[in-house]
Design a protein around this ligand. Structure first.
Ligand code: IDP
Ligand code: MG
Length: 138
């Protein structure tokens, strides 16, 4: 099994969808190995999303991600990165497949409820951004 980083985004917390989304993740076969609430500062959100700096949606994305706490978690499953991307669906909920988290719950391209790492390398980087080794259970 390998690991990926998920974040339940501020719109998920704000609309009280946390329980439903966690239930969906678990019922799709993922194990939660670490989880916490975090209220990102602007500097932290800019670092996490550094790859998008300069894009037209960047400033609004940072405002959104710092607007409330979020819930980062480390998920484990066979082929975790790709499998979780399939579980969340396309970035734009109007293009997301049926029975994906974003199709079910996302409000818009920006307020799309959940983050998932897009590669093995980024998963490792993003997990280390939020969690120390000691915080990740076996
Ligand atoms: P991803 O989350 O599906 O990997 P990315 O392209 O990495 O999508 O974008 C990161 C986040 O930035 C998205 O999840 C979404 O919240 C926001 N975002 C991406 N594209 C747009 C856009 O065109 N308008 C507004 N927000 C966007
Ligand atoms: Mg991405």
């Amino acid at each position: 099994m390998n690991k990926t980083l998920a974040i339940l985004k501020p719109d998920c917390i704000g609309r009280n969808l946390t329980g439903k989304v966690i239930d969906f993740i678990l019922s799709n076969g993922f194990y939660i190995r670490a989880m916490k609430m975090a209220h990102l500062t602007k500097i932290e959100a800019e670092e996490f999303y550094a790859i998008h700096k300069g894009k037209p949606f960047f400033n609004e994305l940072i405002n959104f991600m710092t607007s409330r706490p979020c819930i980062p978690m480390v998920l484990e499953k066979n082929n975790a990165v790709q499998s979780f991307r399939e579980t969340i669906g396309a970035t734009d909920p109007s293009k997301a497949a049926d029975n994906t988290l974003r199709k079910l719950y996302a409000e818009s391209v920006q307020r799309n409820t959940v983050h998932g790492s897009d590669s093995e390398k980024n998963a490792q980087k993003e997990i280390a951004f939020f969690f120390s080794l000691m915080e990740i259970t076996k």
